[in-house]
Design a protein around this ligand. Sequence first.
Ligand SMILES: Nc1ncnc2c1ncn2[C@@H]1O[C@H](COP(=O)(O)OP(=O)(O)OP(=O)(O)O)[C@@H](O)[C@H]1O
Ligand SMILES: [Mg+2]
Length: 221
Amino acid sequence: MLKAESICKSYPTRAGELEVLRNVTLELAAGRSAAILGPSGSGKSTLLHIMGALESPTAGRVWLDDCDPFTLPERELARFRNRKIGFVFQDHHLLPQCSVLENVLVPTLAGGPRDGAEERARHLLRQLGLSERLDHWPAELSGGEKQRVAMARALINQPRLILADEPTGNLDRATAEQVGELLATLPREQDVILVVVTHSESLARRCDQVYELAAGSLVPR
Ligand SMILES: Nc1ncnc2c1ncn2[C@@H]1O[C@H](COP(=O)(O)OP(=O)(O)OP(=O)(O)O)[C@@H](O)[C@H]1O
Ligand SMILES: [Mg+2]
């Protein structure tokens, strides 16, 4: 179960306090998915970062499976993120000096390499249509290919929560459909929770709940 309760987030800026999120509450059970839509700058990435324990809220709390990650000491928090959360970032964050296959394997390295990790990475990359790109460097990939590598990396540790920030934004329609289909079927197939920020109506329609973030508030559609 993912719970974000009364999340507020403000940034101090030169023009004064910028209030991005106002009392945002979201609850999702295992196996369920939510899509978040909203205009640029409305705080979608900020909310995703808070639910992924990458950024702390100004007020409010987050729980994943009854654990509030912001109460954990730094080392345990890093372990929690590594084990429980798969993040597909808006701008990939692939390691430029690692191949496609190595990038996908990075999250499996914490705590020693795991059995079957490479086989699983190859399988995921095949599902995402990247079998022919395993030894490429990220710089040798298209935007959409990078996004798909980032997705395989997010899934490699079989997380409890997948947070995806515009995962189909750089893809052509056919590939977007394919990647959207893979993402949207994960919650039911693997009992994980999915929160996806998207501008794609077709991806949003595949999710159990659809929200709009505007003026700092999250409103069900
Ligand atoms: N570190 C920061 N300091 C100050 N303001 C910030 C910071 N990070 C984000 N913001 C502001 O918070 C607002 C929300 O940003 P966010 O990245 O969450 O938007 P978004 O909805 O993801 O937009 P997009 O669709 O363009 O990705 C923006 O107005 C942005 O300028
Ligand atoms: Mg964003």
